[in-house]
Design a protein around this ligand. Structure first.
Ligand code: SF4
Ligand code: SF4
Length: 222
């Protein structure tokens, strides 16, 4: 999933300060799972903003709405009847959702309420960890299903580096050296020979180095 974290309240207050009527929009997908921008967080943020402005003697009208997905134009259309009587929109979705709203509604300011972080997985309750950077040419088949791009601090294609100590990364004793994890897994699978193969330097054009990326599926495109 895409992970995100809510921005500090102070920053959000400044975004909406010039306006009296706000539409606060959550998303039912990734940001709900990582507890950053689902229906519950929409309610909490709306209350926090109202209270903050009430302390300043200002009343702010905040409409709350949570879409099934904000990264899909089909769902963005559900905002149409709600947009007319607000001055600005604040989105609690990832950056994709914010941009979809901005693209659809050209005459109204749209602000992000969360910081989009990374593609990751739940490690335990309340902890999410980065797992993929969407490099566009997945090499998990060579690395025992463990990603060195997202999980090695130096994004090394072949490792470990000289900083790996007792299975930990040189950046912190709390961080596993991913190349140690890769070696342990390949060994457990009896695939040590894979480790001996040098992975060539990565062509970063597949990771967006050549400009914004698109996936075009001719069989699905209309
Ligand atoms: S190799 Fe690329 S696509 Fe595969 S998990 Fe890592 S960053 Fe993601
Ligand atoms: S210690 Fe391991 S994880 Fe850390 S930078 Fe070196 S190879 Fe990458």
């Amino acid at each position: 999933m895409i992970t995100a974290e809510r921005k500090p309240l102070e920053e959000l207050i400044e975004y909406v300060r010039p306006y009296d009527r706000i539409l606060l929009v959550g998303c039912n997908e990734c940001v709900t799972v990582c507890a950053a921008g689902g229906r519950k967080e929409v309610g909490l943020l709306a209350s926090a903003l109202k209270m903050a402005f009430a302390k300043e003697g200002k009343t702010i009208d905040i409409k709350e709405l949570t879409l099934e997905r904000q990264c899909d134009p089909e769902y963005i259309e559900e905002l149409v009847p709600h947009i007319e009587d607000v001055d600005a929109v604040m989105s609690m979705a990832c950056g994709c959702g914010v941009q979809e709203i901005a693209k659809r509604f050209k005459n109204i300011p749209v602000f992000p309420a969360v910081n989009t972080k990374f593609m990751g997985a739940s490690e335990q309750q309340g902890i999410w960890a980065e797992r993929c950077q969407g490099c566009g040419d997945c090499l998990l088949g060579l690395t025992g299903g463990i990603c060195p791009i997202a999980r090695c601090s130096k994004h090394l294609m072949n490792g470990p580096c000289g900083g790996s100590t007792n299975g930990k990364c040189e950046i912190s004793p709390d961080v596993d050296c991913v190349w140690q994890l890769i070696w342990d897994r390949l060994k457990a699978l009896g695939m040590e020979d894979r480790y001996e193969e040098i992975i060539p330097a990565k062509d970063w054009r597949t990771a967006g180095g050549g400009g914004p990326r698109k996936i075009i599926r001719e069989d699905l495109a209309e």
